[in-house]
Design a protein around this ligand. Structure first.
Ligand SMILES: [Cu+2]
Length: 517
């Protein structure tokens, strides 16, 4: 029953401003002035008690013998909450504290945004003023693949907004899109009218207009921002960004390096430049901060650094399990706030569901080049087609390939041993505006992964975030061919080379796996 009671409390609180107009039955939006007024009332306890008595007088409520069952409307207006039981609005304490605007260097260490940017601001009368412009953009997702997308301030994802808990921010949003829009400050505990939900909490921002949002960021976390108007199209076209709020009072030492990465997914058919936003399932390009591996900027860490990576996910449909090599992560926060240290546990793969963030911390104590990537295998592949036949294990005789090539000169049978061979396809003719599936030309050869991946480079010496090149391994520390002597010493006898048992497909087209040999 307590839940029901507190629900009534919420309703009556929303009605509170209408005391002077008891005939106004519908809850009205809470204005900032009213909220401030309540704050002042809360600060003066005797006044609150008097106000509560006065409210009792205005709304006399007969004592009910038993409260109405939950979810059944009461015929009587519910009583206002008792003074001591009225929850304080989540932003009120921060608003009353009137903190000075947090300054980079003094109050926080700015995040490094690989392949991205941070939104500049100016301080006007103690308020941090930002300006977002939602607009059509041309975006290079990787070398050779350029999108005609939508973004903020010329990019997708939009620039990272950075603030400190307690900062008051004023964010102007100019709509240069061909469509109405709005901006939702995902995770921020704002007054309802600042929540950015077109149609529900505000009118949409018409084409060409500039709207103003203003609120205090009450608590630290990695938040997101994105339209709350036709999300499928506007989000899918690239309108999304991270909103990092640093703690003002630190209970833990700050990280030595902080990175911010937004995860996105796209369907862009080969030869086209428009994200296909109606797609529900088959996304062929997966990005970190709008770039597909290997065309990403590595995360450079000094040996011994305490590192934080702020991961946000504004993909259309997919959750991404992000995996680190050579280190152990702890999840220190979500878009809901900071996780108490006693509640964290070690992971090497952290699921970042759609519409969330995860702050992952680790100590860079293991020198080398370490992948950080989505562990969905199809998300670590570039331009992966989903209508390819399964050719793994299929034998295509050379004379058959030659016959086909007489009809189709560019024909090449692909995939009999997986897509690794595609790594060598640099010279092949490709459709315009397409990237090959290839990964990286690494120090030991091609990596046959791409997509939602990057490399953490841990070095004893670093120059800022400058790419130090490939890791210089100490002699004898790299996996390589086993010598005959080693095999003999350890009693290892490799079996003779074997063709894969088959046939895996029959002439009739029915697959009989293995048994019909
Ligand atoms: Cu993924």
């Amino acid at each position: 029953m307590r839940d029901g009671e507190s629900h009534h409390d919420q309703d009556s609180r929303a009605n509170e401003p209408n005391e002077r107009h008891p005939e106004a039955a519908r809850p009205q939006p809470v204005t900032r002035r009213q909220a401030l007024g309540w704050g002042a009332a809360l600060a003066a306890a005797p006044a609150v008690a008097a106000a509560a008595r006065a409210q009792e007088h205005v709304h006399p409520t007969p004592p009910a013998p038993s409260p109405p069952p939950r979810n059944e409307p009461s015929p009587e207006p519910s009583p206002p909450p008792a003074a001591g039981r009225r929850p304080e609005r989540p932003w009120l304490a921060a608003e009353r504290a009137r903190h000075r605007p947090g300054a980079p260097g003094r109050d926080y260490r700015p995040v490094f945004v690989p392949d991205g940017a941070t939104l500049p601001f100016r301080v006007v009368d103690g308020v941090k003023v930002f300006h977002l412009v939602a607009e059509p953009i041309v975006h290079e997702l990787a070398e050779g693949l350029t999108l005609r997308a939508w973004g903020y301030n010329g990019r997708t994802p939009g620039p990272v907004i950075e603030a400190v808990a307690g900062d008051r921010v004023r964010i102007y949003v100019t709509n240069r899109l061909p469509s109405p829009t709005s901006v939702h400050w995902h995770g921020q505990l704002v007054p309802n009218g600042m929540d950015g939900v077109a149609g529900l909490t505000q009118p949409d921002i018409p084409v060409g207009a500039t709207f103003k949002y203003e609120f205090v960021c009450p608590h630290p976390a990695t938040f997101l921002y994105h339209p709350h108007f036709e999300e499928m199209t506007e989000g899918g076209m690239g309108l999304s960004g991270l909103f990092v709020v640093h703690p003002r009072e630190r209970r833990e030492p700050p990280a030595d390096r902080e990175f911010a990465i937004l995860l996105q997914e796209w369907r862009i058919d080969p030869g086209t430049a428009r994200p296909f936003t109606n797609e529900m399932v088959e996304f062929n390009l997966l990005t970190m901060n709008g770039r597909a591996f290997p065309d990403v900027t590595p995360l450079v860490c000094q040996l011994g650094d305490r590192v934080r990576i702020r991961l946000g996910n504004l993909s259309q449909m997919s959750h991404h399990p992000i995996h680190i090599h050579g280190h152990t992560l702890t999840v220190a926060g979500t878009d809901g706030g900071v996780i108490p240290p006693s509640a964290r546990w070690p992971e090497t793969t952290v699921l970042v569901p759609v519409g969330t963030s995860r702050d992952v911390d680790f100590v860079a104590d293991n020198p080398g080049d370490w992948p950080l990537h989505c562990h969905m295998f199809h998300h670590m592949m570039n331009q992966m087609g989903h209508d390819l036949p399964n050719m793994v294990g299929v034998r295509v005789p050379a004379e058959l390939e030659a016959k086909i090539r007489r009809l189709l000169p560019a024909y090449m049978t692909m995939g009999q041993a997986g897509m690794g061979e595609m790594a060598e396809m640099h010279g092949m003719a490709m459709p315009a505006n397409t990237i090959p599936m290839r990964g990286l030309d690494g120090p030991f050869g091609p990596t046959v992964f791409g997509g939602m991946s990057t490399v953490i480079k841990v070095r004893e010496r670093t120059v800022g975030f400058e790419d130090p090149g490939w890791y210089d391994h100490s002699p004898g520390t790299v996996a390589g061919p086993a010598s005959e002597a080693e095999l003999a010493r350890d009693g290892i006898e490799p079996p003779p080379p074997a063709d894969e048992p088959g046939p895996w497909t029959s002439a009739g087209g029915h697959g009989h796996h293995g048994t019909s040999r």
